[in-house]
Ligand binder design. Sequence first.
Ligand code: PHE
Length: 382
Amino acid sequence: MILRRAFPVLVVALALAGCRPPPRGASAAGDEIPIGLYGSLTGATATFGQSTEAGVTLATDEVNAAGGLLGKKVRLIVEDNQGKPNEAVNAVLKLIQRDRVVAVLGDVASSLSIAAAPVCQQNRVPMISPSSTNPKVTEMGNFIFRACFIDPFQGEVMAKFALDTLKAKTAAVFTDRKNDYSVGLAKFFKEKFVARGGQLVADEGYQAGDREFKPQLTNIRAANPEVVFVPGYYTECALIARQARELGIQVPLLGGDGWDSEVTLQSGGEAVEGVYFSNHYHQDDPRPEVQSFVKKFRELHQGHSPDAMAVTGYDAANILYDAIRRAGSSDPVAIREALAKTMDFKGVSGNITLGPDRNARKSAVVLKIEDGRFKFVQLVVP
Ligand code: PHE
Protein backbone atom coordinates (compact mmCIF):
# COMPACT_ATOMS: atom_id res chain seq x y z
CA MET A 1 0.00 0.00 0.00
CA ILE A 2 2.68 2.47 1.04
CA LEU A 3 4.74 1.58 -2.00
CA ARG A 4 1.70 1.92 -4.21
CA ARG A 5 1.10 5.47 -2.95
CA ALA A 6 4.75 6.42 -3.11
CA PHE A 7 5.21 5.20 -6.64
CA PRO A 8 4.30 8.33 -8.65
CA VAL A 9 6.69 10.30 -6.44
CA LEU A 10 9.44 7.79 -7.19
CA VAL A 11 8.81 8.08 -10.90
CA VAL A 12 9.01 11.85 -10.77
CA ALA A 13 12.21 11.61 -8.73
CA LEU A 14 13.76 9.25 -11.27
CA ALA A 15 12.70 11.49 -14.12
CA LEU A 16 14.23 14.52 -12.41
CA ALA A 17 17.43 12.60 -11.78
CA GLY A 18 17.70 12.19 -15.53
CA CYS A 19 17.57 8.38 -15.46
CA ARG A 20 16.79 7.10 -18.91
CA PRO A 21 14.90 3.83 -19.06
CA PRO A 22 15.42 1.62 -22.13
CA PRO A 23 13.16 2.52 -25.07
CA ARG A 24 9.66 1.14 -24.81
CA GLY A 25 9.11 -1.89 -26.98
CA ALA A 26 12.72 -3.05 -26.49
CA SER A 27 12.31 -4.85 -23.17
CA ALA A 28 15.55 -5.68 -21.41
CA ALA A 29 15.50 -9.35 -22.40
CA GLY A 30 14.04 -8.49 -25.79
CA ASP A 31 12.13 -11.74 -26.01
CA GLU A 32 8.79 -10.53 -24.64
CA ILE A 33 6.16 -7.96 -25.50
CA PRO A 34 4.84 -6.41 -22.26
CA ILE A 35 1.12 -5.58 -22.32
CA GLY A 36 -0.70 -3.93 -19.39
CA LEU A 37 -4.22 -4.53 -18.10
CA TYR A 38 -5.83 -2.43 -15.37
CA GLY A 39 -9.21 -3.19 -13.85
CA SER A 40 -11.28 -3.49 -10.69
CA LEU A 41 -10.34 -6.93 -9.40
CA THR A 42 -11.66 -6.05 -5.94
CA GLY A 43 -14.37 -3.73 -4.59
CA ALA A 44 -18.00 -3.14 -5.54
CA THR A 45 -17.37 -3.73 -9.25
CA ALA A 46 -14.97 -6.67 -8.82
CA THR A 47 -16.70 -8.83 -11.44
CA PHE A 48 -15.94 -6.15 -14.07
CA GLY A 49 -12.18 -6.54 -13.63
CA GLN A 50 -12.20 -10.27 -12.97
CA SER A 51 -14.26 -11.09 -16.05
CA THR A 52 -12.18 -8.80 -18.25
CA GLU A 53 -8.99 -10.42 -16.95
CA ALA A 54 -10.40 -13.86 -17.74
CA GLY A 55 -11.13 -12.83 -21.34
CA VAL A 56 -7.80 -11.06 -21.87
CA THR A 57 -5.88 -13.98 -20.35
CA LEU A 58 -7.59 -16.48 -22.64
CA ALA A 59 -6.72 -14.39 -25.71
CA THR A 60 -3.12 -14.02 -24.51
CA ASP A 61 -2.68 -17.71 -23.75
CA GLU A 62 -3.98 -18.59 -27.20
CA VAL A 63 -1.62 -16.18 -28.92
CA ASN A 64 1.36 -17.48 -26.93
CA ALA A 65 0.40 -21.11 -27.54
CA ALA A 66 0.43 -20.33 -31.26
CA GLY A 67 4.00 -18.97 -31.05
CA GLY A 68 3.44 -15.42 -29.77
CA LEU A 69 3.75 -12.18 -31.75
CA LEU A 70 6.67 -11.18 -33.98
CA GLY A 71 8.58 -14.17 -32.62
CA LYS A 72 8.15 -13.01 -29.00
CA LYS A 73 5.92 -14.09 -26.14
CA VAL A 74 3.27 -11.67 -24.91
CA ARG A 75 3.71 -10.92 -21.20
CA LEU A 76 0.49 -9.70 -19.60
CA ILE A 77 0.88 -7.53 -16.50
CA VAL A 78 -2.30 -6.95 -14.50
CA GLU A 79 -2.92 -4.14 -11.98
CA ASP A 80 -5.94 -3.91 -9.66
CA ASN A 81 -7.46 -0.43 -9.22
CA GLN A 82 -10.14 -1.41 -6.67
CA GLY A 83 -12.72 0.47 -8.76
CA LYS A 84 -11.20 3.85 -7.74
CA PRO A 85 -10.19 6.60 -10.21
CA ASN A 86 -6.99 7.58 -8.33
CA GLU A 87 -5.92 3.93 -8.18
CA ALA A 88 -6.61 3.62 -11.92
CA VAL A 89 -4.16 6.47 -12.53
CA ASN A 90 -1.56 4.81 -10.26
CA ALA A 91 -2.09 1.45 -11.95
CA VAL A 92 -1.50 2.86 -15.42
CA LEU A 93 1.52 4.88 -14.26
CA LYS A 94 3.06 1.70 -12.89
CA LEU A 95 2.37 -0.25 -16.06
CA ILE A 96 3.89 2.45 -18.23
CA GLN A 97 6.83 3.57 -16.09
CA ARG A 98 7.79 0.42 -14.21
CA ASP A 99 6.78 -2.32 -16.65
CA ARG A 100 7.41 -0.35 -19.86
CA VAL A 101 4.26 -1.80 -21.44
CA VAL A 102 3.73 -1.05 -25.14
CA ALA A 103 -0.08 -0.88 -24.86
CA VAL A 104 -2.72 -0.81 -22.14
CA LEU A 105 -6.05 -2.65 -21.94
CA GLY A 106 -8.75 -1.23 -19.62
CA ASP A 107 -10.88 -0.09 -17.91
CA VAL A 108 -14.47 -1.28 -17.87
CA ALA A 109 -15.98 1.61 -15.89
CA SER A 110 -16.04 4.84 -17.91
CA SER A 111 -15.05 7.06 -14.95
CA LEU A 112 -11.87 5.01 -14.49
CA SER A 113 -11.03 5.01 -18.20
CA ILE A 114 -11.52 8.78 -18.28
CA ALA A 115 -9.24 9.18 -15.24
CA ALA A 116 -6.42 7.01 -16.61
CA ALA A 117 -6.57 7.81 -20.34
CA PRO A 118 -4.58 11.08 -20.04
CA VAL A 119 -1.63 9.10 -18.62
CA CYS A 120 -1.61 6.88 -21.73
CA GLN A 121 -2.11 9.84 -24.04
CA GLN A 122 0.74 11.87 -22.49
CA ASN A 123 3.09 8.90 -22.68
CA ARG A 124 1.98 8.06 -26.23
CA VAL A 125 1.05 4.52 -25.25
CA PRO A 126 -2.14 3.22 -26.89
CA MET A 127 -5.02 2.31 -24.59
CA ILE A 128 -8.02 0.20 -25.58
CA SER A 129 -11.00 0.09 -23.29
CA PRO A 130 -12.87 -3.16 -23.90
CA SER A 131 -16.21 -1.90 -22.62
CA SER A 132 -16.29 1.73 -21.43
CA THR A 133 -19.23 3.28 -23.24
CA ASN A 134 -19.20 6.98 -22.23
CA PRO A 135 -18.35 9.20 -25.26
CA LYS A 136 -15.67 11.16 -23.31
CA VAL A 137 -13.33 8.14 -23.05
CA THR A 138 -11.99 8.22 -26.61
CA GLU A 139 -12.21 12.03 -26.73
CA MET A 140 -9.24 12.06 -24.35
CA GLY A 141 -6.85 11.76 -27.31
CA ASN A 142 -5.72 9.93 -30.44
CA PHE A 143 -4.04 7.10 -28.48
CA ILE A 144 -7.33 6.10 -26.83
CA PHE A 145 -9.56 3.46 -28.46
CA ARG A 146 -12.47 1.28 -27.44
CA ALA A 147 -13.83 -2.06 -28.67
CA CYS A 148 -17.51 -1.32 -27.94
CA PHE A 149 -20.44 0.94 -28.83
CA ILE A 150 -21.12 4.21 -26.98
CA ASP A 151 -23.92 5.36 -24.68
CA PRO A 152 -25.83 7.65 -27.07
CA PHE A 153 -26.60 4.42 -28.96
CA GLN A 154 -27.26 2.36 -25.84
CA GLY A 155 -29.59 5.08 -24.45
CA GLU A 156 -31.48 5.21 -27.73
CA VAL A 157 -31.83 1.41 -27.82
CA MET A 158 -33.51 1.38 -24.41
CA ALA A 159 -35.66 4.48 -25.06
CA LYS A 160 -37.00 2.88 -28.24
CA PHE A 161 -37.47 -0.44 -26.47
CA ALA A 162 -39.52 1.25 -23.73
CA LEU A 163 -41.68 3.13 -26.22
CA ASP A 164 -42.06 0.66 -29.08
CA THR A 165 -41.84 -2.77 -27.47
CA LEU A 166 -43.16 -2.11 -23.96
CA LYS A 167 -45.52 0.66 -25.20
CA ALA A 168 -44.62 2.83 -22.21
CA LYS A 169 -45.52 6.52 -22.45
CA THR A 170 -44.05 7.59 -19.12
CA ALA A 171 -40.70 6.82 -17.50
CA ALA A 172 -38.77 7.56 -14.32
CA VAL A 173 -34.97 7.67 -14.28
CA PHE A 174 -32.78 6.81 -11.27
CA THR A 175 -29.14 7.87 -11.80
CA ASP A 176 -25.84 7.30 -9.98
CA ARG A 177 -24.90 10.99 -9.95
CA LYS A 178 -21.14 10.55 -9.35
CA ASN A 179 -20.65 8.06 -12.18
CA ASP A 180 -19.86 9.37 -15.69
CA TYR A 181 -21.41 6.30 -17.30
CA SER A 182 -24.65 6.57 -15.34
CA VAL A 183 -25.03 10.33 -15.82
CA GLY A 184 -24.35 10.06 -19.56
CA LEU A 185 -26.59 7.08 -20.17
CA ALA A 186 -29.44 8.70 -18.19
CA LYS A 187 -29.11 11.85 -20.27
CA PHE A 188 -29.12 10.00 -23.61
CA PHE A 189 -32.09 7.84 -22.56
CA LYS A 190 -34.11 10.88 -21.43
CA GLU A 191 -33.34 12.86 -24.62
CA LYS A 192 -34.46 10.03 -26.89
CA PHE A 193 -37.46 9.02 -24.81
CA VAL A 194 -38.81 12.59 -24.74
CA ALA A 195 -37.90 13.35 -28.39
CA ARG A 196 -39.95 10.33 -29.46
CA GLY A 197 -43.02 11.42 -27.53
CA GLY A 198 -42.43 9.86 -24.09
CA GLN A 199 -42.82 11.77 -20.85
CA LEU A 200 -40.31 11.87 -18.01
CA VAL A 201 -42.28 11.85 -14.74
CA ALA A 202 -39.50 11.45 -12.15
CA ASP A 203 -35.74 12.05 -12.15
CA GLU A 204 -33.99 10.81 -9.00
CA GLY A 205 -30.37 10.25 -7.99
CA TYR A 206 -28.13 8.17 -5.71
CA GLN A 207 -24.42 7.59 -5.21
CA ALA A 208 -22.44 4.38 -5.58
CA GLY A 209 -21.98 2.87 -2.14
CA ASP A 210 -25.50 3.86 -0.95
CA ARG A 211 -27.52 1.03 0.60
CA GLU A 212 -30.83 2.82 1.19
CA PHE A 213 -32.86 3.85 -1.85
CA LYS A 214 -36.40 3.96 -0.45
CA PRO A 215 -36.78 7.77 -0.14
CA GLN A 216 -36.08 8.24 -3.88
CA LEU A 217 -38.07 5.13 -4.82
CA THR A 218 -41.02 6.49 -2.84
CA ASN A 219 -40.93 9.63 -5.01
CA ILE A 220 -40.73 7.45 -8.11
CA ARG A 221 -43.71 5.38 -6.96
CA ALA A 222 -45.73 8.58 -6.42
CA ALA A 223 -45.07 9.63 -10.03
CA ASN A 224 -46.57 6.35 -11.25
CA PRO A 225 -44.25 5.71 -14.24
CA GLU A 226 -44.78 2.82 -16.66
CA VAL A 227 -41.05 1.96 -16.62
CA VAL A 228 -38.09 2.89 -14.39
CA PHE A 229 -34.71 3.31 -16.12
CA VAL A 230 -31.77 2.56 -13.77
CA PRO A 231 -28.42 3.11 -15.55
CA GLY A 232 -26.15 1.90 -12.75
CA TYR A 233 -23.76 -0.90 -11.78
CA TYR A 234 -24.89 -4.28 -10.50
CA THR A 235 -24.25 -3.90 -6.75
CA GLU A 236 -26.61 -0.94 -6.40
CA CYS A 237 -28.97 -2.08 -9.20
CA ALA A 238 -29.74 -5.37 -7.45
CA LEU A 239 -30.46 -3.51 -4.18
CA ILE A 240 -32.60 -0.94 -5.99
CA ALA A 241 -34.64 -3.74 -7.57
CA ARG A 242 -35.21 -5.36 -4.17
CA GLN A 243 -36.28 -2.13 -2.50
CA ALA A 244 -38.48 -1.11 -5.46
CA ARG A 245 -40.36 -4.42 -5.20
CA GLU A 246 -40.65 -4.04 -1.42
CA LEU A 247 -42.31 -0.68 -1.99
CA GLY A 248 -44.74 -2.28 -4.41
CA ILE A 249 -43.27 -0.86 -7.63
CA GLN A 250 -44.24 -3.58 -10.11
CA VAL A 251 -43.51 -1.90 -13.46
CA PRO A 252 -40.47 -3.08 -15.47
CA LEU A 253 -37.04 -1.86 -14.44
CA LEU A 254 -34.75 -1.12 -17.40
CA GLY A 255 -31.01 -0.57 -17.53
CA GLY A 256 -27.78 -0.68 -19.50
CA ASP A 257 -24.76 -2.98 -19.61
CA GLY A 258 -23.90 -2.17 -15.97
CA TRP A 259 -26.51 -4.76 -14.89
CA ASP A 260 -24.42 -7.53 -16.43
CA SER A 261 -22.98 -9.67 -13.65
CA GLU A 262 -23.80 -13.01 -12.10
CA VAL A 263 -24.09 -11.02 -8.87
CA THR A 264 -27.20 -9.28 -10.25
CA LEU A 265 -28.95 -12.66 -10.34
CA GLN A 266 -27.55 -13.92 -7.03
CA SER A 267 -28.25 -10.87 -4.91
CA GLY A 268 -31.29 -9.63 -6.86
CA GLY A 269 -33.13 -12.97 -6.80
CA GLU A 270 -36.86 -12.70 -7.45
CA ALA A 271 -36.70 -8.89 -7.47
CA VAL A 272 -34.70 -8.75 -10.73
CA GLU A 273 -37.05 -11.07 -12.63
CA GLY A 274 -38.50 -9.11 -15.56
CA VAL A 275 -35.65 -6.56 -15.75
CA TYR A 276 -34.63 -5.58 -19.31
CA PHE A 277 -31.16 -4.25 -20.11
CA SER A 278 -28.99 -3.56 -23.15
CA ASN A 279 -25.71 -5.41 -23.54
CA HIS A 280 -22.78 -6.23 -25.83
CA TYR A 281 -23.36 -9.91 -26.50
CA HIS A 282 -25.57 -12.87 -25.70
CA GLN A 283 -24.43 -16.39 -24.93
CA ASP A 284 -27.18 -18.05 -27.00
CA ASP A 285 -26.12 -16.18 -30.15
CA PRO A 286 -25.71 -19.04 -32.67
CA ARG A 287 -22.72 -17.50 -34.53
CA PRO A 288 -19.83 -20.03 -34.45
CA GLU A 289 -17.43 -17.41 -33.00
CA VAL A 290 -19.74 -17.03 -30.00
CA GLN A 291 -20.45 -20.71 -29.48
CA SER A 292 -16.81 -21.77 -29.67
CA PHE A 293 -15.80 -19.00 -27.25
CA VAL A 294 -18.57 -19.88 -24.77
CA LYS A 295 -17.54 -23.54 -24.88
CA LYS A 296 -13.83 -22.81 -24.30
CA PHE A 297 -14.64 -20.38 -21.51
CA ARG A 298 -16.96 -22.79 -19.70
CA GLU A 299 -14.35 -25.55 -19.82
CA LEU A 300 -11.79 -23.24 -18.26
CA HIS A 301 -14.12 -21.75 -15.63
CA GLN A 302 -16.01 -24.67 -14.07
CA GLY A 303 -19.11 -24.27 -16.23
CA HIS A 304 -19.49 -20.51 -15.70
CA SER A 305 -20.68 -18.68 -18.80
CA PRO A 306 -18.71 -15.65 -19.92
CA ASP A 307 -20.42 -12.31 -19.29
CA ALA A 308 -20.08 -9.34 -21.66
CA MET A 309 -16.84 -8.17 -20.05
CA ALA A 310 -15.12 -11.51 -20.65
CA VAL A 311 -16.13 -11.26 -24.30
CA THR A 312 -15.15 -7.62 -24.82
CA GLY A 313 -11.88 -8.26 -22.95
CA TYR A 314 -11.12 -11.18 -25.28
CA ASP A 315 -11.99 -9.09 -28.34
CA ALA A 316 -10.03 -6.01 -27.21
CA ALA A 317 -6.91 -8.13 -26.56
CA ASN A 318 -7.20 -9.84 -29.94
CA ILE A 319 -7.70 -6.50 -31.72
CA LEU A 320 -4.49 -5.31 -30.06
CA TYR A 321 -2.55 -8.47 -30.98
CA ASP A 322 -3.80 -8.23 -34.56
CA ALA A 323 -2.61 -4.60 -34.69
CA ILE A 324 0.86 -5.56 -33.39
CA ARG A 325 1.09 -8.27 -36.06
CA ARG A 326 0.04 -5.85 -38.81
CA ALA A 327 2.39 -3.15 -37.49
CA GLY A 328 5.25 -5.68 -37.60
CA SER A 329 6.58 -3.80 -34.59
CA SER A 330 5.96 -3.42 -30.88
CA ASP A 331 6.65 0.30 -30.98
CA PRO A 332 3.64 2.02 -29.34
CA VAL A 333 3.29 4.65 -32.07
CA ALA A 334 3.34 1.97 -34.78
CA ILE A 335 0.74 -0.02 -32.77
CA ARG A 336 -1.44 3.09 -32.58
CA GLU A 337 -1.28 3.54 -36.35
CA ALA A 338 -2.25 -0.09 -36.93
CA LEU A 339 -5.06 0.06 -34.36
CA ALA A 340 -6.54 3.09 -36.14
CA LYS A 341 -6.76 0.95 -39.29
CA THR A 342 -8.69 -1.91 -37.63
CA MET A 343 -11.31 -2.98 -40.15
CA ASP A 344 -13.92 -5.69 -40.08
CA PHE A 345 -12.16 -7.57 -37.28
CA LYS A 346 -14.11 -10.78 -36.59
CA GLY A 347 -14.74 -10.52 -32.86
CA VAL A 348 -16.91 -12.66 -30.61
CA SER A 349 -19.03 -9.57 -29.88
CA GLY A 350 -19.40 -8.86 -33.61
CA ASN A 351 -17.42 -7.46 -36.54
CA ILE A 352 -15.38 -4.53 -35.35
CA THR A 353 -14.22 -1.54 -37.37
CA LEU A 354 -12.59 1.32 -35.48
CA GLY A 355 -13.78 4.62 -36.96
CA PRO A 356 -11.94 7.96 -37.06
CA ASP A 357 -13.42 8.63 -33.59
CA ARG A 358 -11.67 5.41 -32.38
CA ASN A 359 -15.03 3.91 -31.35
CA ALA A 360 -16.49 0.64 -32.60
CA ARG A 361 -19.77 0.74 -34.48
CA LYS A 362 -21.61 -2.34 -33.31
CA SER A 363 -25.01 -3.77 -32.63
CA ALA A 364 -26.47 -4.12 -29.14
CA VAL A 365 -28.72 -6.76 -27.65
CA VAL A 366 -31.61 -6.37 -25.24
CA LEU A 367 -31.75 -9.08 -22.56
CA LYS A 368 -34.44 -10.00 -20.07
CA ILE A 369 -33.90 -11.61 -16.68
CA GLU A 370 -36.17 -14.63 -16.59
CA ASP A 371 -36.02 -17.80 -14.46
CA GLY A 372 -32.75 -16.67 -12.94
CA ARG A 373 -30.89 -16.18 -16.21
CA PHE A 374 -30.29 -13.64 -18.96
CA LYS A 375 -32.52 -14.33 -21.96
CA PHE A 376 -32.10 -12.83 -25.41
CA VAL A 377 -34.93 -10.50 -26.49
CA GLN A 378 -33.73 -8.31 -29.38
CA LEU A 379 -30.76 -7.47 -31.59
CA VAL A 380 -30.46 -3.77 -32.42
CA VAL A 381 -28.29 -2.68 -35.35
CA PRO A 382 -27.06 0.95 -35.34
N1 PHE B 1 -20.19 0.40 -20.06
C1 PHE B 1 -19.93 0.57 -18.66
C2 PHE B 1 -19.22 1.89 -18.44
O1 PHE B 1 -18.83 2.53 -19.37
C3 PHE B 1 -19.15 -0.56 -18.07
C4 PHE B 1 -19.67 -1.95 -18.33
C5 PHE B 1 -19.36 -2.62 -19.50
C6 PHE B 1 -20.44 -2.59 -17.42
C7 PHE B 1 -19.84 -3.91 -19.76
C8 PHE B 1 -20.92 -3.88 -17.65
C9 PHE B 1 -20.65 -4.53 -18.85
O2 PHE B 1 -19.00 2.34 -17.35
